[in-house]
Design a protein. Structure first.
Length: 262
């Protein structure tokens, strides 16, 4: 006769085997940059957890490594970049990564510790801009939109300093790493700063001397490897990010400094 202890053990094992396979959450490694992207992804986590995804966030201090890590399989997704930057990275580096959803828009702005308005800008003033092709071009387009310089029309969304054809105030354009534009404010008259870095440094986007039109091509994205784009977890991740809970968090936290794109 089978002992009570052995019978109980067999029953317990059978119960464990009968547990549904989806009881364990699927882990996702998602890369972000510090500041808003990281904070928003923290707000996504509990929504995703209720849908069976365990998001593990990794922060990167620059714009280059998150795409390297994703393409290499060290991440499952990233959320930090807009489409012009992604397109440039794919073209230049051959990454097999694709956008699967829009997230938020961060209007770029120009800040100053020396001027209250751009009208007070003197000839020969210094302006720092990000040194990567996409965000540097974005800064130049913002300066052009405010009649501070003129660019070759054919330069499109990625103009460089070489595309400046008119510079009536003889501005000195200084290229620095995007993350260092805030620090450059002590040394220049104007600095073009991405909103995520501005917020991290406690700058007030509404106090900027110039601000980009938010209805531009610079909507940020969720990006995955091309081979993964149709996997079920991608759809679930997008649903979690595009949830009413996350939209409410963004609206309350940033009060218009960034806009949701869904």
């Amino acid at each position: 006769m089978m002992s009570f202890t052995r019978r109980a053990a067999l029953i317990g094992a059978a119960v464990l085997l009968a547990q549904p396979a989806f009881a364990q959450a699927q882990k996702l490694r998602i890369g972000v940059t510090p500041g808003p992207h990281a904070l928003i992804m923290e707000a996504v986590k509990p929504v995703a957890a209720a849908k069976g995804l365990d998001i593990q966030i990794t922060e990167f201090s620059d714009y280059v490594v998150p795409n390297q890590a994703l393409d290499a399989g060290e991440l499952d997704a990233n959320s930090f970049q807009h489409k012009p930057y992604l397109d440039n990275q794919v073209k230049d580096r051959g990454y097999k990564i694709v956008a699967v959803a829009d997230t938020v828009t961060f209007p770029m702005a120009v800040y100053s510790k020396k001027l209250k308005a751009v009208g007070a800008l003197k000839d020969g003033a210094s302006v720092s801009i990000p040194n990567d092709p996409t965000n540097g071009g974005r800064a130049l387009l913002l300066l052009q939109a405010n009649n501070l310089l003129k660019l070759r029309p054919e330069s499109g969304l990625k103009p460089t300093i070489a595309d400046i054809v008119e510079n009536p105030k003889k501005l000195k354009i200084i290229e620095v790493d995007a993350a260092q534009t805030v620090r450059s404010l002590d040394d220049v008259d104007l600095a073009a700063v991405n909103t995520n870095y501005a917020l991290d440094a406690k700058l007030d986007p509404t106090a900027a001397v110039l601000r980009e039109d938010p209805k531009g091509p610079y909507v940020n994205l969720i990006v995955v490897r091309a081979a993964d784009k149709d996997k079920p977890w991608v759809k679930t991740l997008i649903e979690a990010y595009h949830s009413p809970q996350v939209k409410a968090f963004i609206n309350e936290k940033y009060k218009g400094a960034m806009l949701t794109a869904w």
